[in-house]
Design a protein around this ligand. Sequence first.
Ligand SMILES: Cc1cc2nc3c(=O)[nH]c(=O)nc-3n(C[C@H](O)[C@H](O)[C@H](O)COP(=O)(O)O)c2cc1C
Length: 415
Amino acid sequence: MAMLKGRRIILGITGSIAAYKSAFLVRELVRAGAEVRVVMTPGAREFITPLTLGTLSGNPVHSELTDDREAGTWTDHVELGLWGDVILVAPATAHTISGMVEGRGDTLLLTVLLSAKCPVVVAPAMDRDMFTHPATTSNIEKLRNRGVHVIEPDEGELASGLEGKGRLADPVRIREELASWFQNRCPLMGYRILITAGPTHEPLDAVRFIGNRSSGRQGVAIAMELARRGAIVDLIAGPMEQTADPPAIIRHDIETALDMQVAALETLRGSPPDVIIGTAAVSDVRPANPIEGKAAKVDLPNHIELVENPDILSDLNASAPDGCFKIGFALAHDDGLEAAIRKRERKGCDLIVLNSLADKGAGFGHTTNRVRFVYGHDRIDSFELKSKEAVAIDLAEVIQAKLLERTPFASEPTD
Ligand SMILES: Cc1cc2nc3c(=O)[nH]c(=O)nc-3n(C[C@H](O)[C@H](O)[C@H](O)COP(=O)(O)O)c2cc1C
């Protein structure tokens, strides 16, 4: 039940005789704490009224592409598609299933499905012979191959009088299967994670800068892994070539340490994170007096006065909400363990991920890394050299275990 708390579910209802059961389904989902918005096909309205579903869901029901023809207003299917954590089509007719496979947009529901970024679950319901027709079985297979989760219909007496498979799964089973699907596929849904990644560039003039060799690859791999598990990730990204653009990653591109400090703190205040991960290699210093425009070679100073940059991770950790899990990265040129233990305390981190340039294939510029998770003197977990994506999975496992002990800040019940 808890997995559905705070989830935003778009319930698509189509023109099956089983549409009347969707009233019970809405009630089940709402009781489990989900927010439900119903999108019905015109066919579904023949079987159940929007008034019933609107009353049970507590939200307006949408079924037409245009709201009011006279006024020229329309239902924003793109906004609807982006709102949901999942689209559940139940009951799903053979007709709507074929429309999903072909990518048709002849009902509002099909256009929402085309625009949506979130995962889709369908619960087919139809007569036995429609369900076993090769067109339907092949369409359902195609949807599965696209990652759509299918809740199998029940066997039993059908509205046509036939016996067999095709009855809409019982609403309680749909609710339970949806909850365990959420648990497996998106265990971190509802959690918010703030990651800094990459180097910072500190300008000497308009074209020259002080920077470092950080590629941002490890931070981006972590952001991608956590987003894949359902978390919303704010990625404060220094100048880097890595791409990270799934919808669950909100990318804030910055250049300097001061920019990163502002972006990170503003993000933290606007959307309190459940986890802070400081992977960025923030330049320790910046030129005190950057030159405006591009300085000619003869005008370059012999000495550059440097000033210290802020300690962004310490600032973030100090402003973090209670219970936030705080992770820092340390790059050592030698073993670095004692320094990492001290850094953990100094920066107010729960965990330091230590990598060392002394290990071949670890640290900046490589596609691989060898890390130790340093929790303090009494607990240090060492890992083999592996890809940065595999390191991201190890870290995500630790984060997931920690987070699932408590409710996400963002999904705190408001009722
Ligand atoms: C009484 C009645 C019951 C129906 N039940 C189903 C059904 O359970 N499953 C199905 O796939 N189609 C069923 N249909 C056919 C659909 O309503 C029809 O294919 C319609 O075009 C579906 O459109 P939609 O998917 O946009 O809602 C039924 C039709 C009628 C008249």
